[in-house]
Design a protein around this ligand. Structure first.
Ligand code: PLP
Ligand code: COI
Length: 357
C-alpha cells in the first residue's frame, strides 16, 4: 500500500531538537511526524500516511477507551558510525504484532505496511536519531479500536499508528544494577490470558505491583506464575536471564503467559558464541534465592528493547532480599556483544539488521 507523505510545515527548530537530543531521557519527546492508517470492515487498510505529529481526534465512545482493544510494539533505530540508520529484527516485531492482533481479535497489519511505516517515519525524521553512546530512536507502532460503539464485540474500525521518540537509557541511573520487587499480591498473566500479547491492558494490570516496587525503592517488579505462585515469569517490561556457575544461561520458558522478547530470543542465539549454554526451563523463586546465596547463580539480568541488558542487583520481597550491587562480567559481555551488532560495530552474522536510511 502507498503511504502518502504530508510533511510537517512547523518542524522543531534545529536548536530545539539538539537540546532534546543532548539529554533525551526515555519516551518524553517525540519527533515531527507520525504514521496513521485506518482499517474498516469491508475496505480493509486504507489512508496510510506520514503526517505531522499531533493530537488525534477520537469519539468518546471509541471502543478502545472502554474495552481496551489495543496492542503495541517497541523497537529502536540505531545510528551507525557512517551516519546510516538501522533497525534490529523489525520483521520479528511485525510478526509479534500480528500475534498480539490475533489474540485481541483485531485485524492483521500486513508486514509490508508495518515495515514501510517504520522506514518512512525514520527517513523523514532521520535528524531526530541521536548518535553516540547508547542513544537511539525508540519506535512505537500501535493499533486501537476506533469504532464508536459500546456493545462488547470486536470493533469494525481500527487505527494503526507509529510514533518515534529519541531515547537514552530506560533507567534514569544509566547502566547500573537494578533492584527487583517480587510481587506476591498480583499476577500479570494466567494460562489462557493475554500474557504473550503486547497489549496495553497487561501493563495497566501491572501498574499497582510496579507502584509497590517503587515504594520499596525497586525499579521493576517480578511476576510469578498465577497458579502455583512459585515460578519466575518476567518483569513488568522485561524478560529475565540467570547465569549459572557451570556456564548455563537459564531463562523461563514462553508458554503463553510471558512476552516472547526479541532480545530474549536473540540472546538464546548469541549465548553459544559467548561460550554459554542457553536453556529455557522453569526456575522457581526458591531456586533464585538459594542459587544466589550458594553461588550456583552468579549473575541475573533483565533484557528488552528499552532496557537492552540491565544487571539485576537484588531481588527484594516482604521481609528479605538476596543479591548484591555488582555488575556481572557475563552480563556486560553479552550486553556489549548485542550492542556491537545493533550499532554496526560487529559483523551481523545472523542477518538481524535492516538499513532504514
Ligand atoms: N516482557 C515485557 C512484559 C515487555 O514489555 C518487554 C518489552 O518489550 C519484554 C519482555 C522484552 O521484549 P523485547 O526484547 O522484544 O523488547
Ligand atoms: C520495550 O522494551 O520496548 C517495552 O515495551 C517495555 C516498556 C517497559 C517500555
Amino acid at each position: 500500500m502507498e503511504i502518502s507523505i504530508k510533511p510537517n510545515p512547523a518542524c522543531a527548530s534545529q536548536e530545539a531538537r539538539n537540546q532534546i537530543l543532548a539529554a533525551p531521557g526515555f519516551g518524553k519527546f517525540f519527533t515531527d511526524h507520525m504514521v496513521s492508517a485506518t482499517w474498516s470492515q469491508g475496505r480493509g487498510w486504507h489512508d496510510a500516511q506520514v503526517m505531522p505529529y499531533g493530537p488525534i481526534a477520537m469519539d468518546p465512545a471509541s471502543a478502545v477507551l472502554h474495552y481496551a482493544q489495543e496492542i503495541f510494539e517497541g523497537l529502536k533505530a540505531y545510528r551507525h558510525a557512517d551516519g546510516s540508520v538501522w533497525s534490529f529484527r523489525p520483521q520479528a516485531n511485525a510478526l509479534r504484532f500480528n500475534r498480539s492482533a490475533a489474540r485481541l481479535a483485531m485485524p492483521e497489519v500486513p508486514e509490508a505496511l508495518f515495515l514501510d511505516s517504520i522506514r518512512e517515519l525514520v527517513k523523514i525524521d532521520a535528524a531526530w536519531v541521536p548518535g553516540g553512546g547508547e542513544n537511539s530512536m525508540y519506535l512505537r507502532p500501535f493499533m486501537f479500536a476506533s469504532e464508536a460503539f459500546l456493545g462488547v464485540r470486536p470493533a469494525n474500525e481500527y487505527k494503526f499508528m507509529v510514533i518515534a521518540s529519541p531515547v537514552g537509557a530506560y533507567f534514569s541511573g544509566g547502566v547500573k544494577p537494578v533492584k527487583i520487587w517480587l510481587s506476591s499480591n498480583y499476577a500479570r498473566a494466567a494460562f489462557g490470558g493475554t500474557g504473550a500479547a503486547k497489549c496495553g491492558g497487561n501493563y495497566a494490570a501491572g501498574l499497582l505491583a510496579q507502584m509497590e516496587a517503587s515504594e520499596r525503592g525497586c525499579e521493576q517488579v517480578c511476576f510469578v506464575d498465577a497458579t502455583e505462585h512459585k515460578w519466575i515469569e518476567e518483569l513488568g517490561g522485561m524478560n529475565l536471564y540467570f547465569v549459572f556457575k557451570d556456564g548455563t544461561l537459564v531463562t523461563p520458558p514462553t508458554k503463553g503467559t510471558i512476552l516472547e522478547g526479541i532480545t530474549r530470543g536473540s540472546l538464546l542465539a548469541l549465548a553459544g558464541e559467548q561460550g554459554l549454554k542457553p536453556v529455557e526451563r522453569a526456575i522457581s523463586v526458591d531456586e533464585w534465592r538459594s542459587g544466589v546465596s550458594s553461588g550456583a547463580i552468579t549473575e541475573v539480568f533483565a533484557c528488552g528493547t528499552a532496557a537492552v541488558i540491565t544487571p539485576v542487583g537484588k531481588l527484594v520481597w516482604e521481609g528479605g532480599s538476596v543479591g548484591d550491587e555488582k555488575m556481572g562480567e557475563i552480563t556486560l559481555r553479552l550486553r556489549n556483544a548485542l550492542l556491537d551488532i545493533q550499532y554496526g560495530r560487529a559483523p551481523d552474522k545472523h542477518g538481524w539488521m535492516s538499513k532504514l536510511c
